[in-house]
Each structure stands twice: as C-alpha cells, then as structure tokens.
Design a protein around this ligand. Sequence first.
Ligand code: GLA
Length: 730
Amino acid sequence: MSKEKNRKRCIAVFVLMGMLITLISRSAFAGNAPQLLVETKNSLLVFSIGGNGKLYQSYFGQKPGHATDYALLQSTRHEAYIGAGMGDLFEPAIRVIHADGNPSLDLVYVSHKTEKKGDDLSLTSIRLKDPKYPVEVLLHFAAYFKDDVIKTWTEIRHQEKKPLTLSNYASSMLHFEASKYWLSQFDGDYMTEMRMKESQLTTGIKVLDSKLGTRAHMYRAPAFFLSFNKPSDENNGELIAGTLAWSGNFQCTFEIDQQNSLRVINGMNPYASEYKLPAGKTFETPAFIFTYSNKGKGQASRNLHRWARQYEVLDGDQPRLTLLNNWEATHMDFNENVLVELFEGAKQLGVDLFLLDDGWFGNKYPRDGDKTALGDWQVDKKKLPSGLGHLVKEAGNRNLKFGIWLEPEMISPKSELYEQHPDWILKLPNREESYSRNQLVLDLINPKVQDFVFNLLNDLLTENPDIAFIKWDCNRMLTNTYSPFLKENQGNLFIDYTKSLYQVMERLRKKYPHLPIMLCAGGGGRVDYGGLKYFSEFWPSDNTDGLERVFIQWGYLNFFPSLTVSSHVTSMGKQSLKFRTDVAMMGKLGYDIRVKNLSPDEIRFSNAAVQTYKRISEVIWFGDLYRLVSPYEENRAVLMYVNEARNKAVLFSYLLNFRRKEYMGKVLLSGLDPDKRYKIKEINLLPDAVSTHPDNGKSYTGDYLMKVGLNLSPGKISPLSSAVFELVME
Ligand code: GLA
C-alpha cells in the first residue's frame, strides 16, 4: 500500500473511532447522568454530566454512608464552572473575550481523570472546552482524604490567533443549597488585623475582596467560615472553612439567587485586571482550599492545621526557632555595641536566634529613618563598621543563630538604586509619585528586578553562610499601578506581580530549601497559603499589646497552624510580663524587648518561660487546637492543644477586661481520652511562686474534664491575668 493510502486509511480509522467514542458518550448521557466523585473521609463533591454535555455540580456536603446512594445525587441544576455570555445571568466563574471580539464562553465536558497520589491524596482533573472556539478549561481537585480538605484550582488555555482577554477567572465555583447561610469574615486594618464578624447572607451579592496589590490582606484576610442552615459554634454546626492561597488581590463572592441557592466564587480579584493570555500559554489560578465539617468550626480549623502542617506550609512538620528581634527595642537606632548588648539579652533569655531588624543598611543615604535606603542593601559602614560577619560571629559566640530583616520588593526615592534604575519602579506616567511609608514598589514583573531580588538574598547568604533566618517585609500597598515592563499589558500587573514574587521564591527555595523565612507585611498584610509554601511563619500584626494579641492570634489560628503564628513578647501594652508571655506562648514564641530594662526576676521568669516553652512546644506546634472559650463571647479566652497521642495537653486561660463580680463558669476541656487520667500542673509561674489553683497537682479522667470541666478562675481574680496548665496522662 502506498504511503498516501496508508495515511488516508489511518485518518479514516481515527475519525470512525472518534465518532464511536462520541456516540458512546452521548448515549451514556441518556438516563442516569455519569458522575465524577471527589471524596474525602466525611465529605463528598459530586459532578454529573448532563444530556447537553455540560458539567454540573450535583452535590457537596456530608458523605452518605452507603456508596450505593451516591447514584441518587443527580441534580443538573447548577452548572459547575459557568462561562459568561451564555444563558446564566448570575456571577460567572469565567469571562473571556475571544480574538474575534465574541464575549462568551460555552464549556462542555470533554474528559476527566483521577489519579491516586498515595493513600491520602487523589487528584481529579476535568477537561472542559468550548465547542466553537479553541479554548479549554481544566478544573483540578486535590482531595486530602483524612483531613477532609479539598484544594481546587483552574487552568485556562487556548489556540486562538490573538491573545485571549480574560476578565473573570475563578479558582473555584461552588454551589450550596441550605435554608440559611452564615458567613464569618476576618478583617480590620493595620494594628487591628483579623477581627471576626459573622452575619447572615441575604439575597444578592456579598463580596470579600482586596485591591491593595502588594500587602493585599491588610484590611481583610482571604479566609472565611460559611455555615449552613444555622450559625455554627466551635463544636456544632455544618460549615466549610475556606481560604485562597494567593498573596495578591483576591475576591470571594457569595451570591444567593432567587431560589435561595448560594453560589460561592473564589479567586484572584478581576479588578483592573483584564488579562491578555497569548495562545499556547497556560493561565493557572491560585488554589482555593476548603474543608468541610459537620462538627463546628473547631473541627474545620483542626482539619486545616493538620493538612497545612503536612502538605502546605514550608517545613510544617519541623520545629521553629525562638528568637529575640530588636525592632520594638531599638527601631533603627543602634550600633555594634547596642547589638552586642542585645545578644547578651538574647543569651539571658535562652532563645535560639537574634533577628536584626530594619536600619542596618545604606551608605550614601543611611537607613536612619524610613525615608531612605530601601534597595541599597549594603551594610551601613558607620553604624556597623565591622560588617555583618562580625555580628554573626558575636552572636555565634553566645550560642545564638543570626537572622536579618529585608524588604526586597521596595525602594526608597532617596536611594542609590533609584538613581541607577528609575525604570525599575512601579509608577504612573504623567503623575506625581505617590508614596506610602515614604517608599515605592519595585517592578518585580521585570526579570531584571527579579534577578536583583534573588541576588540580594543569594549574595547575602553566600557572603554570610551562617545567616539562619530572614524576615521578609513588605510595608506598603500599590497606588502607582503601572509597570514600565508590561507596556500595553497593564491589565496583567496585579496578577503578574504576585506570580513574579512566587517565581523569585521558587528560585530561592531551590537553592535554600529550608532556610526559615518570616512573611511580614507591616504586620499581617500578607498571610495566606500561597505565601506559606515558601515561608515558614508570618508576622500577624505590629500590634503586640498582649490584650490585642489574644484577639489577633485567635483570628489567625482559625485558619493557620500555631507554628506559623509568630507571637512576640514586647513592652507594648500595660499587662504584666507574665500575661504577655502566656499570650505569646499560644503561638510561635519570640521576644522583641530590651532585656536590660527587665528586672532580675523578670529575666529569671523569661528564661524559665523559654525553657518551659521549648519543653511543651511540640504539643503547641504539632498538637490539635481546641478553642474552649472565645474572647468574642466572654471576657476571657481559653484554648488548649492536645498532642496526637492524646497523652499531653497544654491549656491557656486569659482573663481580659472583665467587670467586678463577673461570673466565670467552668470550662469543659476537649480532645482528651475520656478513659485516661490526666495530672494537672500549673506552669509558667513567676519565680518562687507556687500555684494556688485548687486543681494544681490533681488528676482527673479525660471524661470528667470534658463533661464536668475545670473552674479556671477560682477565688479572687484579677483582670488581665492568665494561667497556663500542663496536662500529662498518668
Ligand atoms: C514593619 C514590620 C515591623 C518592622 C518594621 C521595620 O512595620 O511589621 O515588624 O520590621 O516594618 O521597618
């Protein structure tokens, strides 16, 4: 047979096979719709393929006990990932404008595959495509079985002749059908991060979003609880906890339609971000992460914590370093002698590391205030004539590791970098430069700027290989949103900025996979799981007042595990040192204080506190968190951590600003083994103090502690006081 005949025959066979497959799949659409299942231990997400070839979300919620019942979940009411411009008139998941100007997208099911990636993880990918335009969308669902967590994201690609314009691009679209919906959101401002507010959703749209660009989370975190039918509490109620893994502008949209169905769309914020996608390139959205619980918010948080420690946070299963930071102790006013004095202080505290904060760099324009030197990352020769190596050595002589502060994405108008590279800066043509904290943002989208940032860290770590920790700050949002590098594609700016940050972090992590780096953005301006893939912990707030921190840390602990929540003892706030220390111990303990201003007893207390923390930190970092009394409900906060073996627990009790004779009821503990006995010991006492707590030294069964509980505030109690208890199985 000639080559040509052979080729024709092959084509014919191929076409016939294609027709056959189409027929088989079409006939499969008749009657029972084929289903795709995304399963975790307790939750089930069901998709069905309708007779029209479209993908529908038929169910999400508690997993029925009998797999044979799954077939009953056939609803084709809610299209899974809705393209704008076709029949649906509510918020779309995706909106594109084709190269020919057609602003619609019709998505039909093409194929799917599910891969088992071990006992705990399975990955389902569903391919959808437009029958008329060469555009395809891939929906990905990573199901983490034991923790009931689903991570979902989307890929968009096309083969059109010109770039496709994307104006909506959800990471996920989910549909719910309940009688009522309750949303808990977490927002605030600089110094008041993560204030929890809960409200019932009503018909129409509620949007939680950020348009701040860099430091996007300052006013609001991309995280929420969504309860169904009635508000959930810690132990009761059906809900999801959701959070977007994205360090830039985000948008979470909750829309109730005329039939009381709720559509939840999460993703990057489309605000000012019409994205031009060239043919052949893949546009990948960040992941939306959610967990289902029918046992209240506590279970949802524990699911996220466990999952995050195992899968998402950099070295989430590894210990953290305790440290002394010098920001609140000295601000930028220090020299070598002062630092050496602080090293001595760190040694007295017994922490692992000294962290040198802002103010160590700049020569032509020294960093003595916040108007200069960002970008000029050379040691200030006047302040620190012997260089960083000397400091690292001096710290080492005191058995301390050394860490350093950087703000790599920023530039001061008064800097040598500004003089050398005015085109490396995000700023609008024909407009005045607009500053925040007297600084501008580098155009990180420019590969040369990415190299600059990579080299800054790489050179620093090459010259000082003993640097053991970085604090990566980002102290302003975007107001000059124009990238000289992007030219006519300014709509890509917000998205490409964050993607560029991740690219730099990828490069850094290849070379320095385990170096602990703290994610900081003027306090908690950037806290999310997109960042925590590269960062070992975050700075929750510049507000370190002990009372305020109870609320702020409480807020973050809803979504992020304790070993990521940097919690420092400082001199802010009027509470006792013991109170502030007990508060810092609920997260990742550190200090930011002038040790030489502490009394000998305070130093003794703090040193013992660090030792105690090191002894119990395994339970705090890797244990399960149980929030027992919320500071939003009473004038106190009580929480506990229980280790996996359930033979050790740590209980924190904080009395806040309560009124005279305010009654504090017994607290029911949680997470213990009901059949085992636990001995209770009050720890972290002041030097020479003995516990006066009536339960100190006593043993009770887990059952008793969880059903009858403990009176944590017996006798005369004072506001702003606290106690820490250790429970050890006998
Ligand atoms: C931000 C950080 C602080 C400190 C200063 C330094 O405000 O949140 O912890 O590092 O910057 O300028």
